[in-house]
Design a protein around this ligand. Structure first.
Ligand code: PMP
Length: 907
């Protein structure tokens, strides 16, 4: 149902209550009435039997069906498995109301009405007659109505003797129950936890109460993240999961649907009101969960949101997610399918997330045809999207009273079979757990439908008692259900020639059903993001063709603009000596070296350039490669290996992150420039890894601030790690003579193990380099795949970079001009109250307050004659979207002043 995006809402059935008395669609303010009659109710809550748990009929009559529902589900989840140690098995239930209790006590209330306790006395006869359908109070009524018995009934029925408790955090209750269970498992108080949540809506009270708040959809449709969202549809239900420590589950051969990596819980504290969600509280729960999990939020691909479709709720939740994730992640809410089951909603979200992890399909989000603008930062599936592993997801939940819970989950073992009974009578049969399947007569209905869909076979032909699949192209016959009542015995034995396992069938279904209609759903998702400038009525700021070299100015469509979009910091890319050197190299060596340098691609300027770079940095040797990006990827990817640890600044360039990923080393980001956090990670990880490398940048390319190299060198001496410094934006820029971060900070070149840099910025060319000890560089020269198996730098690029290094050495005053220009820009901006961050480098960020605003601001600047690029989410967090100015040495004072003035007028 989730995969197909189906919605299970409908009018209140008269079997629940006669709703028409209470229904005032045209008068949303009428006290004691509801403006909606749409709910998502289970079909048949009356006839859950005691299912063999030993509850006497007279007790059952006065027992909240919430107890029975949880009992049945616990039995299903256990699937006949023996419980290891009942003393160490706990039950954790999220529940917050027993509406059955309100029914059971109505005879007493009628007596009070007759007595006049609540207003004018009622005729005693009439009052008694009015509640004659209600079972009189009995001894078991008390137990049947107590909320804690939702958990205790399970403990009793299965004789479980660990903790047994009900937690109430309103709509966050069931996820809080899971959080508590995880805590008890971790501290070793229990070995097995039954965790779940329940809500049955048996009286109209909540529909009336939520009508007063305006939280229910007047349109009768729950549309999370949609412009038309006007609240939720009240749902109900229950679910149960079994939790174990992973090692125990693997040892016991249990099917692992998912692995809870971490949980976080926080209350909003003093909020604007008991029902007003608070951004800070939600962010705190998320952060705690990721700290607990020890994983970075951006590794999560899917978040099952609380997603109530109330405008305030969705707004705060997306803002919290954006603060922590930056954006980019898939968001979803099962409330659109099954309504809002209040205390049980979190466990419904968890079950859905486990299915997403298990099947590797992100289901479509019903009800969201017109996403709200905030959603532009996130992804939302409109049709089932395949999701290749490894998969990591999260579930979010919050409730009235301000408790927020967040869970981080990884996929479970891919080959785990669903629980099924043992082979009987030499024949292997299997059954599928019903889970949240709405259709009890066919426990395996979801699977049947998947088979039907994959084989173009009509579903009708696959009723369980016809569960013979010979005509589906199988060479074997399979039995799709076990339960006697489904006609197993009636199935002609001669037809059962062979049976198969569920694993085989699942693989078959997965292979057939998951062949996606659109093989590139990410392309469709990207089209959304790509369309942002157009939606704002702005020209596309990307891939603009310039008719001239980028210097202090540029020309676009015949219009000259002052340019701040290129990182030719010293203005050398158009310097006559550099251009002449490139031209001469082309004439002498041609346009390409036509081979890897190892084989026939080496030309004299290659080594000259590498020696010049090594000389500039005071390193023993250097190696130059065809791209700066590829230099980080190939060098880090090649040098490091699984078993190593890399700690990198959270703002490190993508090429650094990708290189580490390629290597298989363990990767941990520390908060930007937070060396205390780095030191904490170093001492925590001490001795656990073969090698530890710390990667930072001389100048950070988004904020123009610097890594504190002396402090890092000091840490390096104390902890003995390898230090890797990317000087893409600091070589030619920092230091009195442009020798980079080492010169700026006056550290010894040997305080850094590997200096990396690019030729594409101050060095006016294209390519990257690493400089280090001679033996290490020699090793890289003969073994780095991205160098060995790739062509050598082209002659023109090599000669241009070499000429740039020489010009830099000959004319250090260029660096001084760059510094003066940078200072002028920052000072002028400050004089106008424009914040340029705390940096000192010629990369100058000016925050715009959001992606859309950054795009608009960039366009206004262009209209005032200045070319500066907007940086939008997900490159930076949404609220950090900005303009980024690259100042260079050839900008004039007037150009800088004019630009700051244009900025003042445009903001
Ligand atoms: N490292 C950093 C810090 C960068 O900013 C960049 C690109 N701007 C690179 C590496 C990649 O360099 P290139 O563009 O020369 O490939």
């Amino acid at each position: 149902m989730i995969r197909e995006g189906r919605v299970a809402t409908g009018p209140v059935s008269p079997r629940r209550w006669r709703h028409h008395h209470l229904h005032r669609p045209d008068d949303p303010r009428a006290a004691d009435y509801a403006y909606t009659d749409v709910v998502a109710h289970l079909d048949d809550v009356e006839s859950f039997t005691d299912a063999g748990y030993g509850l006497a009929p007279r007790r059952l009559e006065v027992t909240d069906p919430q107890h029975r529902l949880l009992l049945t589900l616990t039995g299903t989840a256990l699937g006949g498995r023996a419980i290891g140690d009942p003393e160490r098995t706990g039950v954790y239930v999220g529940a917050s109301v027993s509406e059955y209790k309100d029914l059971l006590t109505s005879r007493v209330r009628a007596g009070q009405m007759a007595a006049g306790d609540l207003g004018e006395p009622l005729d005693p006869e009439a009052a008694r007659a009015a509640v004659s359908g209600v079972v009189p109070m009995r001894a078991f009524t008390m137990a049947g109505a107590l909320l804690n018995l939702t958990a205790a009934t399970i403990s009793s029925a299965f004789d479980l003797r660990g903790p047994s408790l009900v937690v109430d955090a309103a709509c966050a209750s069931s996820l809080l129950a899971v959080h508590e269970a995880v805590g008890h498992l971790r501290t070793g108080q229990v070995d097995l936890a039954v965790a779940g949540g329940v809500y049955l809506n048996l009286v109209p009270d909540n529909l009336v109460a939520f009508s007063r708040i305006g939280a229910l959809s007047r349109a009768g449709a729950c549309r999370p993240f949609d412009r038309r969202a006007d609240g939720f549809v009240l749902g109900e239900g229950a679910a149960v999961v079994l939790l174990k420590r992973l090692d125990d589950a693997l040892r016991d051969g249990d099917p692992v649907y998912g692995v809870i990596r971490g949980t976080g819980c926080a209350n909003d504290g003093r909020a604007d009101g008991p029902m007003t969600p608070r951004l800070e509280g939600q962010v705190a729960a998320l952060r705690r969960a990721y700290d607990d999990a020890g994983v970075e939020p951006y590794t999560v691909g899917f978040v099952e949101c609380h997603g109530t479709a109330t405008p305030a709720g969705d707004r705060v939740e997306l803002a919290a997610l954006r603060e922590v994730f930056g954006g980019g992640v898939h968001v979803s809410s099962v409330k659109a399918n099954i309504g809002h089951a209040l205390p049980a909603s979190g466990i419904a979200g968890l079950v859905k997330t486990l299915l997403v992890l298990r099947h590797g399909v992100i289901p479509p989000q019903p009800g969201c045809a017109e996403p709200i603008p905030r959603l532009a930062d996130f992804r939302l599936a409109q049709r089932p999207e395949p999701w290749a592993g490894p998969r990591r997801a999260a579930v979010n939940s919050f409730g009235f009273g301000g408790t927020n819970v967040h869970l981080v989950l990884d996929e479970g073992s891919p080959d785990a079979a669903l629980p099924g009974p043992a082979p009987a009578g030499g024949r292997r049969y299997w059954a599928v757990t019903p889970g949240l399947d709405p259709d009890p007569p066919g426990p395996s209905r979801g699977l049947l439908e998947a088979i039907a869909a994959a084989s173009d076979h009509p579903v009708e032909a696959l009723r369980p008692d016809q569960a013979l699949v010979a005509d589906l192209g199988f060479d074997s016959l399979m039995l799709l259900d076990l339960e006697e009542k489904l006609g197993l015995e009636r199935l002609p034995p001669e037809l059962v020639q062979r049976t198969t396992t569920i694993g085989d069938l699942q693989a078959w279904v997965a292979a057939r059903a998951e062949a996606p209609a659109d093989p590139w759903p990410e392309v469709a998702a990207f089209a959304e993001r790509r369309g942002l400038p157009q939606r704002l009525g702005l020209p596309n700021p990307y891939f603009v063709a310039h008719d001239a070299a980028l210097g202090a100015t540029t020309t676009v469509d015949g219009v000259e603009l002052v340019d701040f979009s290129g990182y030719d910091y010293l203005g050398l890319a158009t310097d006559p000596r550099v251009v002449a050197a490139a031209r001469e190299a082309v004439e002498r060596y041609g346009t390409s070296v036509s081979a890897s340098r190892l084989t026939s691609g080496e030309r004299p300027p290659h080594r000259e350039l590498e020696r010049a770079i090594a000389g500039l940095l005071g390193a023993e040797d250097a190696l130059a490669m065809v791209s700066g990006y590829a230099t980080n990827v190939s060098v880090l990817g090649h040098l490091l290996a699984p078993g190593d640890l890399v700690l990198h600044d959270a703002y490190a360039h993508d090429s650094i992150v990708q290189g580490i990923r390629l290597s298989g080393a363990t990767r941990r980001a520390f908060p930007h420039n937070d060396l205390a956090a780095l030191e904490e990670a170093l001492s925590e990880q001490a001795g656990r890894h073969r090698r530890v490398l710390v990667a930072v940048e001389g100048v950070y390319s988004m904020d123009g601030d610097l890594a504190d190299l002396p402090a890092l060198a000091d840490l390096r001496r104390r902890y003995g790690f390898l230090l890797y410094v990317d000087e893409a934006h600091s070589i030619g820029v920092l230091g009195r003579t442009g020798r980079g971060a080492g010169e700026h900070w006056s550290i010894s070149p040997s305080d850094v193990d590997i200096w990396m840099g690019t030729l594409s910025k101050a060095l006016a060319s294209c390519g990257g380099y690493v400089a280090a000890g001679a033996a290490l560089v020699d090793y890289l020269r003969y073994t780095t795949p991205g160098f060995l198996f790739s062509v050598g730098l082209p002659p023109a690029a090599t000669a241009a970079a070499l000429a740039a290094v020489r010009t830099l050495a000959a004319e250090p005053e260029r660096v001084e001009r760059l510094r003066a220009n940078t200072a002028r820009f920052r000072t002028a901006a400050a004089a106008h109250g424009i914040d340029t961050g705390g940096g000192t480098a010629p990369v100058i960020p000016v925050r715009a307050g959001g992606s859309a605003e950054a795009l608009r601001l960039s366009e206004r600047m262009r209209q005032r004659g200045v070319n500066v690029q907007p940086i939008v989410a997900p490159a930076v967090a949404e609220e950090a979207a900005r303009l980024r100015f690259f100042v260079n040495a050839t900008h004039t004072a007037e150009q800088i002043d004019q630009t700051v003035e244009a900025l003042r007028l445009s903001r």
